[in-house]
Design a protein around this ligand. Structure first.
Ligand SMILES: [Cu+2]
Length: 400
């Protein structure tokens, strides 16, 4: 006959056996995860002066925290060991109440430590937020689920009189401060490029300033860090820092209109399709200006009132919230860098996007919208056939 206790004992030991590997594996996974090499979104690996001053502050605060932790933990352990109950001794230790000297000390000491930390934190905060209005300013607009960047090229504080409007890739000159004015068209998002600065929320109806500065030309990745609905996990952003002369050339080129593809080519057929099917939301300047305006600039169809400007679509490294590579990542480091843009087209990804966008990236855009319908979030499925998809892709890559 098995007693209840024996059964309970067996059950207990099986749970224990199941729990033990998990208890070992979980901390190990965390520990190993923290050891990741080549992690592109590493705040502890700052790539510019602003991120570096945050890192310096963090190092100091961490050091203080380690000292406090060691003192408190080892102090507690020492006291436990010293006053533990001994086998032959059932007496309580001498009971005391209060020790003014000790209590004053452990009130004052933390206050002093916090005041020191607070001083350096505030100093860093003021330091990294000080901006010079003569620096290039870019308006950053978060929306479900991608970022738009508008450039104030003449420095007059207005972003709408400039035709420089792009998405996903925030192109900046390397080695100088760039001001960002961060906003949102729908819900709260948060802009973060960990190697260049801290996070800043994008809140509808407000403009939040941020500054970035990248020492070296390169591509710095980040992601939206405020839950913003269905595809929040598929909302990324990149900063592409270029040498000054390349940046100037980029800025010039972005101001040009797109050129219509030569007549009779598949790309020309694509442009035609684009004008009829896509003008409700997307503009390619020089291609569908009139239709875009007539069909409501995206405002009639979209909750955010806005879809990516495609005038220079092919000059970007990624698309759809920087989730998909537009060009093949030649060196296999997981990031399409400036010198890989315009190389080998990642054609299958772009075709898949046009075949059924909500299947590639979850979006609440279930059907082909008409003006007057409920507004949609994201790009709907147009049930396009393979031939028009090919033609559209041929057209889209001419938009460089
Ligand atoms: Cu977001």
């Amino acid at each position: 006959m098995t007693s209840r206790r024996a059964r309970a004992g067996r059950a207990g030991s099986t749970t224990r056996r199941r729990v033990t590997p998990l208890a070992v594996v979980m901390p190990l996974v965390l520990l190993l995860g923290a050891c990741a090499k080549d992690a592109p979104q590493d705040t502890l690996d700052p790539a510019g002066p602003i991120a570096r001053s945050i890192d310096n502050l963090w190092n100091g605060v961490f050091l203080i925290a380690v000292v406090v932790f060691v003192l408190v933990e080892f102090g507690t352990l020492a006291l436990v060991a010293r006053f533990r109950r001994r086998r032959d001794d059932d007496d309580l230790p001498t009971q005391t109440h209060g020790n003014p000297k000790l209590e004053i000390a452990w009130t004052l000491l933390p206050a002093v430590v916090l005041a020191v930390v607070g001083f350096f934190t505030l100093r860093t905060l003021f330091d990294i937020n000080e901006r010079d209005d003569d620096d290039l300013t870019v308006q950053v607009v978060g929306q479900q689920w991608w970022w738009e960047f508008a450039y104030d090229t003449d420095g007059d504080g207005d972003f709408t009189d400039e035709p420089v409007l792009t998405a996903n890739d925030l192109v900046v000159p390397a080695g100088v401060d760039v001001n960002l004015d961060i906003m949102s068209n729908d819900v709260i998002h948060s802009f973060w490029i960990p190697r260049l600065n801290g996070k800043k929320d994008a809140v509808p109806g407000r403009t939040h300033p941020l500054r970035i500065n990248a020492d070296e030309p390169g591509t710095y990745v980040g992601q939206c860090t405020e839950f913003c609905g269905l595809s929040h996990g598929y909302m990324r952003q990149r900063v592409v820092a270029l040498p000054a002369d390349e940046f100037d050339a980029w800025l010039e080129a972005q101001q040009e209109d797109a050129e219509a593809p030569p007549e009779g080519t598949p790309a020309a057929a694509g442009a035609e399709l684009f004008t009829t099917q896509c003008s409700g939301c997307h503009l390619a300047r020089g291609i569908n200006d009139d239709e875009f305006e007539a069909q409501g600039n995206g405002e009639e169809l979209l909750v955010s009132g806005n879809a990516p400007d495609l005038t220079h679509f092919a000059s970007r490294g990624t698309f759809a919230g920087a989730i998909f590579d537009l060009w093949v990542d030649q060196d296999g480091d997981g990031i399409v860098e400036a010198d890989e843009i315009g190389g080998e087209l990642n054609r299958s990804a772009l075709e898949a996007w046009l075949r059924n966008p909500p299947a590639e990236k979850p979006m609440s855009a279930p059907h082909v919208p008409e003006p007057g319908d409920d507004k949609v979030r994201g790009m709907p499925n147009f049930n396009l056939q393979e031939e028009p998809i090919d033609q559209l892709v041929d057209f889209l890559v001419t938009l460089d």
